[in-house]
Design a protein around this ligand. Structure first.
Ligand code: 5AD
Ligand code: SF4
Length: 484
């Protein structure tokens, strides 16, 4: 495993190895020399700042970047006045891109005062041609740019960038490669994301993800199990299995397998207490997965099932491969099998051609299903996607009105659902000391809700029975009844 590799024992005078991940460890050893020199020059430890935009997959990638940066000698900081700053970007909606450009302006000012500072950009936004062109032209102070497919090459690219005085840019259009066993440094001691697959084959017509993350590639089940066992040995008690569409996990493997069987295998891992996963596509949600969720005691009673729209006509134009009634039937099937399952969703408002009637269909599904919570988004036109070329883009004001009504409805329903648990005693995983009040611990219910209760830090990672004494809307106050 990665943590057994001693960088000091690597012969950096030799030629770089051709095979991975050995090649990256070689470049990490080389980078370490550079960071040691910088430390001598600065008279202090150099600091690095990894900023994550976007989803859980990006958050996990950032842990990998941080692992490499700390192994080569940087200390972590949240502050962007650092010696090395990397933005791990998202591009799912246009405003994610705008945020990055805005912050780059600030960074350029810091760099003017600290010319040794290095700035790197990676992630989904870098897979877009027009973005890369813009950076090349107008953001010359950036040292390093790479994309989603070659993130495993970070150490090598970083070394090249340390050696060269000019901007290093390396973006791949595609890859079928998965490089395992590189360092990573988790944000939380007790929980971790675990990638089970990369990419997406669905091509929903509004979504840029298939273009920036490439085709679906699944990791081998044995690699996933090995990683989770190592995480558990390192104190992790909850994993979140990550993929753009976990329900189609394993289809493209040499020995094809399915997500339901992967869950069953992960459930057997001793010491692991909770399993979550994200994201499910309704079109691929099998009966076997529902059965596996029911059978596996460690799998949390929570399903994130993006609806996107309640209108069958819009769903068809979105290329979602299900209609309103099929979605409702799926929800019924899930609730019949697992009555206390929490359902959350994603909804887009203002997709091209969405009429008032279409929107009312969405509201109708929201009211019928009563989601525990929902992420609501205003449609964002992404260049290169089929929806961007569709006519009848909806007027901004109309969209805003619909969005506000949807948000209000979703919030009312969430509050009602949450208050239904008030007074109940439920199983809670104690996660961490409360950041505002150290006499409190913060824990999470199986359904993903948060509860604060009197407790001590040594409870971290323990399952407890907690009475939810008061519902505060988005979270609960509670008291421990007993150790579960
Ligand atoms: N505009 C708005 N929302 C989008 N999403 C994906 N693409 C877009 C877009 N172009 C939302 C979907 C998805 C979530 C991760 O982001 O709801 O489920
Ligand atoms: Fe985008 Fe659809 Fe893939 Fe989700 S399933 S990442 S919404 S294309």
């Amino acid at each position: 495993m990665y943590n057994e590799i001693d960088l000091d024992k690597i012969d950096i005078a030799a030629e770089p190895p051709a095979e991975e991940p050995a090649r990256q460890y070689y470049f990490m050893a080389k980078c370490r020399k550079y960071v040691q020199k910088l430390e001598e020059e600065l008279g202090r430890k150099p600091v690095c700042c990894v900023k994550t935009f976007g989803c859980q997959m990006n958050a996990r990638d950032s842990e990998k970047l941080t692992g490499i940066l700390t192994d080569i000698g940087y200390e972590e900081t949240e502050d962007e006045h650092a010696d090395f700053v990397i933005y791990n970007t998202c591009t799912v909606r246009e405003n994610a891109n705008n945020k990055v450009y805005g912050r780059l302006g600030y960074l350029s000012n810091y760099k003017k005062k600290n010319p040794h500072m290095m700035i790197a950009l990676c992630g989904c936004m870098m897979q877009e041609e027009q973005v890369v062109e813009k950076i090349q032209k107008s953001y010359r102070f950036v040292n390093l740019v790479f994309g989603t497919h070659n993130i495993y090459k970070f150490a090598e690219l970083l070394y090249n960038s340390m050696e060269s005085g000019s901007m290093i840019m390396d973006i791949w259009k595609e890859t079928d490669k998965i490089v395992e066993n590189l360092p990573n440094k988790r944000k939380f001691s007790f929980k971790s994301g675990v990638n089970i697959m990369f990419g997406c084959n669905n091509f929903c017509s509004y979504c840029i993800v298939p273009y920036v993350r490439g085709r679906e590639r699944s990791r081998k089940p044995e690699e996933i199990i090995r990683e989770i066992k190592a995480l558990v040995a390192d104190g992790v008690c909850e994993v979140m299995l990550l993929g753009q569409n976990v329900n189609s996990y394993g289809k493209n493997l040499e020995n094809p397998t399915g997500f339901a069987d992967l869950l069953r295998e992960v459930n057997k891992i001793e010491g692991l207490k909770r399993i979550r996963f994200m994201t499910s596509h309704p079109k691929d949600l099998s009966d076997d997965l529902i059965l596996a969720m029911k059978e596996c005691d460690k799998v949390c009673k929570h399903m994130h099932l993006p609806l996107q729209s309640g209108s069958s006509r819009i769903l068809q134009n979105m290329n979602r491969h299900y209609d309103k009634n099929q979605y409702l039937a799926l929800v019924e099937k899930l609730r019949h099998a697992i009555p206390d399952i929490a359902l959350t969703t994603d909804i887009i408002v203002g997709f091209p051609g969405e009429t008032k009637e279409d929107f009312m269909e969405t509201l109708d599904v929201v009211k019928q299903v009563e989601f525990d919570s929902a992420f609501t988004f205003i449609y964002s036109k992404r260049t290169g996607t089929p929806a961007a070329a569709m006519e009848n883009q909806v007027a901004e004001e109309e969209v805003k009105e619909r969005f506000d009504l949807l948000l209000k409805t979703v919030q009312q329903i969430s509050a009602k659902k949450a208050s239904a648990l008030e007074g109940k005693t439920v199983e809670v995983l104690a996660e961490e000391e409360n950041t505002q009040d150290s006499s409190l611990m913060t824990g999470r219910l199986s359904n993903n809700s948060i509860v604060h209760f009197k407790g001590t830090e040594d409870m971290t990672g323990k399952l407890l029975q907690v009475k939810l004494t008061e519902c505060k809307g988005f979270y609960y106050l509670g008291e421990i009844v007993s150790n579960a």
